[in-house]
Design a protein around this ligand. Structure first.
Ligand SMILES: Nc1ncnc2c1ncn2[C@@H]1O[C@H](COP(=O)(O)OP(=O)(O)OP(=O)(O)O)[C@@H](O)[C@H]1O
Ligand SMILES: [Mg+2]
Length: 225
């Protein structure tokens, strides 16, 4: 079953005199429970694609539909609710709130959505190796610990779609493997659809499809349908 689709999505940043084409004509169909990797050189548009899929950055042209709904035709409040209910985003640069503690950052999406956690918070903190840091502020954490908070925040509500931008990019190999195991569990046990931008072979090796981008375009695909 198709869960996510883009049709001829393009995104241009910058000004009319100085346009930066970040995405060109990206058409993609992703099935429920797929685990898909996006790879490609720096600046090729991977983060932009993830933001467009996650309802954060409207495309300049083209259509993004999720669960049969045209994402960018929704009004703001519908979009916000839809995102909270269906999409978990792990940002490349974490986007943690600096004044909130580790545990507050993780549960914030639940408070906003007035939802119960899909996992006990203490269990998730332990899985993330953050149980001894739960009252710390982001500024008191290492880069890898901040990354794990960002991952915990996306996992806690068990969203149908997880969009992860280099989720193991700042982690040592042991912690990276623990996080890879959690992502695989999300996919195999909970049937969450995972779209992961990654340079990490351990992650890509578990993906059923690998999409390669260059200069804003999809240039090849391995595996999948
Ligand atoms: N908000 C923005 N304003 C202007 N240009 C942008 C903006 N965001 C991205 N770009 C440009 O769009 C292109 C794609 O950027 P993007 O962040 O998607 O690349 P990426 O593949 O994620 O790179 P990396 O691997 O380094 O994270 C780049 O040329 C970048 O400079
Ligand atoms: Mg990026």
């Amino acid at each position: 079953m198709e869960i996510l689709k883009t049709q001829n999505v393009s995104k241009t940043f910058g000004t009319e005199e100085n346009p930066v084409k970040a995405l060109c004509d990206v058409s993609l169909s992703i099935n429920k429970s797929e685990m898909l990797a996006i790879i490609g050189p720096s600046g090729c548009g991977k983060s932009t694609l993830l933001h467009v899929l996650g309802g954060i950055e409207a495309p300049t042209t083209g259509i993004v539909s999720i669960l049969g709904e045209d994402l960018y035709q929704m009004n703001d409040s519908k979009m916000t609710t839809f995102r909270r209910n269906n999409i978990g985003m792990i940002y490349q640069f974490f986007n943690l709130l600096p004044v909130l503690s580790v545990e507050e950052n993780i549960v914030l999406p639940l408070l906003l959505a007035k939802k119960k956690p899909a996992f006990p918070l203490d269990e998730l903190l332990k899985d993330m190796g953050l149980d001894e840091r739960k009252t710390f502020l982001p500024s008191q954490l290492s880069g890898g610990q901040q990354q794990r908070v960002a991952i915990g925040r996306a996992l806690i509500s068990k969203p149908a779609i997880l969009l992860a931008d280099e989720p193991t990019g700042n982690l040592d190999s042991k912690t990276g493997e623990d996080i890879v195991a959690l992502l695989i569990k999300a996919n195999q046990e909970y049937h969450q659809t995972l779209i992961i931008v990654t340079h990490d072979e351990r992650v890509a090796n578990h993906c059923s499809r690998i999409i390669r981008m260059e200069d804003g375009r999809i240039v090849s695909q391995e595996g999948g349908q």
